[in-house]
Ligand binder design. Structure first.
Ligand SMILES: NC(=O)c1ccc[n+]([C@@H]2O[C@H](COP(=O)([O-])OP(=O)(O)OC[C@H]3O[C@@H](n4cnc5c(N)ncnc54)[C@H](OP(=O)(O)O)[C@@H]3O)[C@@H](O)[C@H]2O)c1
Length: 321
């Protein structure tokens, strides 16, 4: 595994991290979830990304992760970076969604209980909430660190203007924003416009989520929608309609290029996300160990020629998911 320093901090993250959004809840196969976590850790994937609402049902990915940790990895806690978040709907009523101090404080306590952890390595504000003063949300993050419930804090999906305000607030209180988490893949290049520059400006790291565009940037949809795929799963966030003919045609051309490079489509898509040195790590999702193995092979070839990059730009032609 390769590791990279996260922004200006002294914390190194694996270039590939594992996310537990899909496939790790009570609705999923526990043995497969355990195998993926243990395989990832064996391969040097030290960073596992959670959120309060991951499941289904919400909260169950944290509970499963906690059980796996307790049964198999408890003696390795100091070798792991475990993150969680609060910001999306978690429980009924006015205090289980958004970014109020009340919600963040209650949520981190619940997440610590579900995972059985004493602290998270990174705790995130999961999204910008326009109805809560940003100072209130950031002060909650500062106080979470001061209370020893998290070692570092991060923010996710904040628009650039608000990201700057948040990072400034945190820096002024000596709790710098360790990391910014955002969607970034060949099919979503928004962070290139501004946010990657903001992270550099504040010395924060950047971690990309959905680097495979939820599976679209693999070879799995080239011949229709397979039964065992996120798009076929009613609980999955990728909808059948999003697997459009025009995106699939682009993936087919990209897949040919990946073949010329001697790698799979998934490997090339992940290597492409890591080509920018401002990207500290990416968080990949996987449904089984075979996918995870394929994804980790992306690290075997992270370099692209200028011709390959231009061809990729030409094929993508601004396509977004
Ligand atoms: N901050 C946020 O708001 C936010 C939002 C979303 C995600 N995240 C984080 O980012 C993580 C990753 O998100 P994601 O799951 O959408 O990432 P992704 O890597 O883009 O998609 C993962 C899915 O792609 C398919 N796949 C993966 N590897 C494959 C391979 N080698 N060959 C074929 N198919 C493959 C699998 O879906 P199938 O089921 O189709 O096999 C897998 O579940 C999450 O777990 C979470 O930690 C954060």
């Amino acid at each position: 595994m390769e590791y990279a320093y996260c922004g200006n901090s002294g914390l190194q993250l694996p270039r590939i991290s594992l996310g537990l959004w899909h496939n790790f809840g009570f609705a999923d196969d526990y043995d497969t979830a355990r195998e993926m976590i243990l395989y990832a850790f064996e391969q040097g994937v030290t960073h596992f990304d959670l959120a309060n609402n991951y499941g289904p049902p919400p909260g169950s990915a944290e509970s499963n992760f906690g059980m796996i940790l307790k049964d198999h990895l408890s003696s390795h806690r100091d070798e792991m970076i475990i993150s969680s978040k609060a910001g999306h709907l978690m429980w009924e009523g006015p205090y289980g969604d958004g970014s109020s101090r009340k919600y963040l404080m209650a949520s981190i306590n619940q997440s610590l209980k579900r995972t059985g952890l004493d602290y998270f390595d990174i705790f995130y504000s999961h999204r910008f909430d326009p109805l809560t003063p940003i100072e209130e949300t950031m002060q909650a993050l500062v106080d979470i660190v001061r209370a020893g419930k998290a070692l570092y804090v991060g923010i996710s999906k904040y628009p650039p203007v608000e990201a700057r305000r948040a990072m400034r607030y945190l820096a002024e209180r000596d709790v710098p924003c360790l990391i910014f988490q955002d969607k970034y893949s060949m099919f979503n290049r928004m962070p290139e416009q501004e946010i990657l520059g903001v992270t550099s400006e504040f010395g924060s790291g950047f971690i990309a989520f959905s680097p495979l565009a939820q599976g679209l940037l693999t070879d799995k949809y080239l011949h229709g929608i397979p039964e065992y795929s996120r798009a076929a799963d009613p609980a999955g966030f990728l909808k059948k309609e999003q697997v459009s003919q025009s995106l699939v045609e682009k993936v087919s051309r990209l897949n040919a290029l990946a073949g010329e490079r001697g790698e799979t489509m998934a490997e090339m898509a992940l290597a492409w996300v890591l080509r920018d040195e401002r990207v500290t790590s990416l968080i990949v999702g996987s449904r089984n160990v075979a996918q995870l193995k394929d994804n980790l092979k992306a690290l075997d070839n992270l370099s692209f020629t200028q011709e390959e990059l231009s061809l990729i730009d030409q094929i993508l032609d601004g396509a977004t998911l």
